[in-house]
Ligand binder design. Structure first.
Ligand SMILES: CC(C)(COP(=O)(O)OP(=O)(O)OC[C@H]1O[C@@H](n2cnc3c(N)ncnc32)[C@H](O)[C@@H]1OP(=O)(O)O)[C@@H](O)C(=O)NCCC(=O)NCCS
Length: 168
């Protein structure tokens, strides 16, 4: 199986995008209906996994955007003196189709997002990555170094953060 990771092109047609199923209804609907227009309008940028053994089938994706959080939301992390508003990157959506889960592809997408955003941080300033984690995915993000900002908010999504200074 050869899975490629590339920048999502809103003008391109991706086999299987309309059938994408990661098991999460909101994320599925986003991929089917909103991904293309959102990227077209530059509201976020997406990277996509495609399976070259199956007509470059859409196998997974993530979207990122610029974001701003209040320093009070980082109070449990003991990061020293910081300004009131913290510029950061936000991982907005992430999903891997059920047929491809459990093969380290979600982890590959997240690591790629961190490399991309760290590189951008050197040019425009960004303190780390913020995300709102689905309750079922909190431990997935913790494995990659993210910290819960206000404790587990199950059944709602939980805000999480990873300062770039914590990445070797
Ligand atoms: C969460 C998701 C992206 C993980 O993708 P994946 O390709 O199956 O994950 P990986 O194979 O890269 O898993 C990496 C590690 O996280 C663990 N993991 C994966 N999904 C997990 C979950 N939901 N909860 C806890 N741990 C999880 C794996 O066991 C693996 O651990 P290991 O490194 O010790 O073997 C995928 O399950 C998915 O699309 N879920 C539905 C959508 C969703 O919840 N997205 C996140 C919204 S915030």
């Amino acid at each position: 199986m050869t899975i490629e990771l590339s920048l999502y092109g809103p003008a391109l047609a991706y086999a299987g995008q309309k059938q994408f199923d990661c098991g999460h209804a909101v994320i599925n609907s986003f991929v089917h209906n909103s991904l293309k227009p959102q990227v077209k309008k530059s509201l976020s940028v997406a990277y996509v996994l495609t399976d070259s053994a199956h007509e470059d089938r859409f196998a997974g994706f993530y979207t990122i955007a610029q974001h701003m959080i209040d320093v009070s939301s980082l109070s449990t992390m003991q990061l020293g003196s910081l300004p009131r508003k913290i510029p950061c990157s936000r991982l907005v959506m992430l999903g891997v189709d059920k047929r491809y889960q459990g093969q380290q592809l979600g982890s590959r997408l997240l690591k790629h997002a961190l490399v991309v955003t760290q590189s951008v941080a050197k040019q425009i300033g960004s303190f780390g990555m913020y995300l709102d984690a689905d309750p079922l995915a909190v431990s997935f993000y913790q494995k990659l170094g993210f910290t819960l900002l206000v404790g587990d908010k199950t059944p709602e999504s939980s805000p999480m953060f990873l300062p770039f200074s914590a990445i070797a």
